[in-house]
Write a protein that binds this ligand. Structure first.
Ligand code: F6P
Length: 369
């Protein structure tokens, strides 16, 4: 006998290119008529708007509220979604289990009242941490990794990262012409709260002279020495890439404001301006700073993000069919596989300084093998 199950898909945390493609491929694979024929289970797929917040705010008894927070999905609706960035479902940084404002009871009640059998959560460590807590109390969840920071453990790749480093590279290409014309230094601030992957890969792919990452506190004297070393050579400008989470030795990260989100994260920003001002003060070299900010999360997904969105979405439905719940889709040694959510929560994949970073040059390593 054919059983019917309801899959709810949601996106949580910061948006990024690749989310819409993942939603498309979860939907298409779950509803694919050719595959459905061979299964003993058929699916309804719905999108939950605004992540965990949507599942808390919804009133399942009120049709207007359901219309507001639930988007029924089918192959026709999601047909073109993979071409677009952002998330068509909306997102939130909501922690239903925040001890200061615990809304987990309401969330769990709503999941039950809505008849949701399986939740596919697309997110970073915070969103997937919630998926893990739900799994532990008996709710079937599958996770899909996304974060432009690429700092999730258990997977070599998280959606959004490739598009973001391409944006960093393109913007630095643009800055080079104006930096050269004016013989200036440009300090470029990337995202990356705890992990320096965006700064390191963005900086290496664009050939930046200096790269500063959170994993290795920087010394302003050293930066100035490195810049002085170039003086007198046929080089008129330098590009410095700095991760928003990078710290001056003996100091904390620089905060943009005093805001703290539901998961306890502070708002970082300002380190590029700090480095740029210090360079001018200490060397007299003309310097400018720029914060790439949310440009890094905007626009259309790269080919790699479209491909991985597709493969991650398909794999999530395979996991549902195999009853592999409480796990996250993962890329490991170039293959799509899955890992237990338990193994990926409460830790982050940081840049291994001894392996990837040259602490003398403040740049990527010059020996690889
Ligand atoms: O999602 C991670 C991230 O992109 C961080 O690199 C950055 O610090 C943060 O999001 C910015 O968050 P928001 O979009 O809430 O300003």
């Amino acid at each position: 006998m054919m059983t019917k199950m309801k899959i709810a898909v949601l996106t949580g945390g910061g948006d990024c290119p690749g989310l819409n493609g993942t939603i498309k491929w979860v939907t298409k694979t779950a509803l694919d008529p050719k595959i459905v024929e061979k299964r003993s289970t058929s699916f309804d797929v719905v999108g939950i708007k605004e992540g965990w917040q949507g599942l808390i705010d919804i009133d399942p008894a009120d049709p207007k509220s359901c219309e507001r927070f639930i988007k029924p999905l089918d192959e026709e609706i999601v047909r073109t979604w993979d071409r677009y960035g952002g998330t068509n479902l909306g997102t939130s940084r909501t922690n239903p289990f925040n001890p200061k404002n615990d809304r987990s009871k309401k969330l769990i009640q709503n999941i039950k009242k809505l008849g949701i059998d399986i939740i596919v959560a697309i997110g970073g460590e915070d969103t997937l941490g919630v998926a893990y807590k739900l799994y532990k109390i008996g709710i079937k969840t599958v996770g899909i990794p996304k974060t432009i920071d690429n700092d999730l453990t258990g997977t070599e790749y998280s959606l959004g990262f490739d598009t973001a480093i391409n944006i960093i590279m393109e913007e630095i290409d643009r800055l080079r012409t104006t930096a050269g014309s004016h013989s200036r230094i440009f300090v470029v601030e990337t995202m990356g709260r705890h992990a320096g992957w965006l700064a390191l890969y963005g900086g290496e792919s664009s050939g930046a002279y200096i790269i500063l990452i959170p994993e290795h506190p920087f010394d302003m004297d050293k930066i100035c020495e490195l810049l002085q070393e170039r003086k007198g050579r046929e080089i008129h400008y330098s590009i410095i890439v700095v991760s928003e989470g990078a710290k001056h030795i003996g100091h904390q990260e620089i905060l943009k404001n005093n805001k703290i989100d539901d998961f306890g994260h502070v708002n970082l920003g300002g380190v590029a301006t700090f480095v740029s001002n210090e360079i001018e003060k200490r060397t007299g070299f003309e310097s400018r700073s720029i914060v790439l900010s949310h440009l890094q999360r905007g626009g259309t997904p790269s080919a790699r993000d479209r491909l991985l969105a597709r493969w991650f979405g398909i794999a999530a439905v395979d996991m549902i069919m195999n009853e592999d719940f409480g796990r996250m889709v993962s890329l490991s040694r170039g293959e799509i596989t899955s890992v237990p959510l338990k193994e990926i929560v409460n830790k982050l994949k940081l840049v291994e300084v001894s392996k990837y970073y040259d602490t003398e040059r403040y740049n990527g390593r010059r020996t690889i093998l």
